[in-house]
Design a protein around this ligand. Sequence first.
Ligand code: IMP
Ligand code: MG
Length: 171
Amino acid sequence: MEVFLGEEQIAARVRELGAEISDDYKGRNLVIVGILKGSFVFLADLVRSISLPLTLDFITLSSYGGSTESSGTVRLAKDLDESVAGRDVLIVEDIVDTGWTLRMSRLKEVLLERGAASVRVCTLLDKPERRKVDVDLDYVGFVIPDEFVVGYGLDFDGLYRNLPDISIVKG
Ligand code: IMP
Ligand code: MG
């Protein structure tokens, strides 16, 4: 494994994102929705960089019926605990790769149907070379090349989420 984004570099970018979000959501009714498990480290740092009142909620999306890249479907394995009606929702993802997870879950649409005032997406990492379906990303930490990365919440087979840096896994 080779370190690709170091702790300091990640922290600096997360602070910038937090400042941008704090500006954009001033006077709004912010609820941060983390997608488990991958977003948990990013989310913990991001919320501490946002200087606004906010609440937190979590969902788990899981794919079944085969690969998410083909005929698979993505369902809500763990739903939100609180209502999003009238709230400004910011979805927080670790990484957007093919885009299937966000698209197949129809997460944005579902939250709007439930009465959310607005729904935006913040992802730490964006791998646009791998995109199969279009997804609107409102806040992106880093655009990265087509490499498999671990650390800072991201896993390979459940491992490496606890590493403080983001590293590329060499095949
Ligand atoms: P998508 O549905 O292809 O956009 O994939 C999103 C999910 O795939 C992410 O939330 C991750 O769980 C996983 N994923 C995609 N690329 C990577 C990677 O490089 N490292 C670790 N997990 C990844
Ligand atoms: Mg994920």
